[in-house]
Design a protein around this ligand. Structure first.
Ligand SMILES: [Zn+2]
Length: 256
């Protein structure tokens, strides 16, 4: 007797939630790096692997810290041509432009010529994890401070809203963030819809009644063992809350 493999080896979802049929990789021109907190990969709703599957020019690194972006990519990098999704909100002030994507300075203030900076980016970096996990990644990788900081003002409602409670209204999944930035840079809304297909299928499958064979669930595999998928989704947390922040100034000090 052999139990079916509980997880798809390709998309890393539980077998009954496999979304591989909806994957269609895009030949993206702006490279995407996902830095994933080690604990995040257990989440059913995690979208980092979907980013990797949907984008030919992307990679995921799982861990807490890396000495440099050069080490991650294995080549020289010009940090000014790399954007990181900033874990902060744009400063509210006399001029708070609601650009869909803003490039901000170390104080969270939108910089002039943001669109030109965006147009020059060769890659973006996304931190994948809960808010506190993403914050840990930010703190432990001071080279991130050398990158351009991007803040998103998504005009769509995160699909997470259907599956689990968002901690903040602007929180979006890692896949949504990547899709949003790439669509914006290509000025092509279709890019966004295309990239979201596997995630939409995932949510659709999660809403369907779950097949109930005797399922052996390793206790170490899921924190929510014994829960239904729905309950697990309820208690799960959003993978990458963007943007959010409290102490960017304090972070800055560590690097300078
Ligand atoms: Zn799969």
């Amino acid at each position: 007797m052999s139990a079916p493999a509980p997880f798809c080896a390709t998309c890393h979802k539980p077998s009954h939630l496999c979304i591989c049929e909806a994957v269609e990789a895009l030949d993206n021109s702006v490279f995407v790096v996902v830095l994933q907190h080690p604990q995040e990969k257990r989440e059913t709703l995690s979208t980092a692997q979907l980013v990797k599957l949907q984008l030919k020019n992307s990679l995921i690194r799982i861990g807490l810290s890396w000495p440099s972006l050069k080490r991650i990519l294995g080549r020289e990098v010009d940090y000014k041509k790399w954007g990181v999704l900033y874990l902060g909100t744009a400063k509210q002030g006399e001029q708070t432009p609601e650009d869909e994507i803003a490039v901000v300075d170390r104080n969270g203030r939108p910089v002039h010529g943001g669109d030109a900076i965006l147009a020059n980016l060769e890659g973006i970096i996304l931190l994948d994890g809960t808010w506190s996990q993403a914050k840990a990644l930010w703190w432990r990788n001071p080279w991130l401070l050398k990158c351009q900081r991007l803040i998103l003002h998504p005009h769509f409602r995160s699909l997470y809203g259907e599956a689990r409670r968002e901690p903040r209204k602007e929180s979006v999944s890692t896949l949504e963030a990547a899709a949003f930035v790439l669509a914006y840079m290509d000025d092509d809304p279709e890019v966004f819809h295309h990239l979201m297909q596997p995630f939409q299928l995932l949510l659709k499958k999660m809403r369907q009644p779950r097949p109930r064979p005797q399922r052996i669930q390793p206790a170490t595999e899921q924190a929510g063992a014994g829960q239904t998928e729905e309950q697990a989704a309820e208690t799960a947390v959003v993978d990458t809350p963007i943007p959010v922040a409290d102490t960017p100034a304090a972070v800055d000090k560590t690097a300078e």
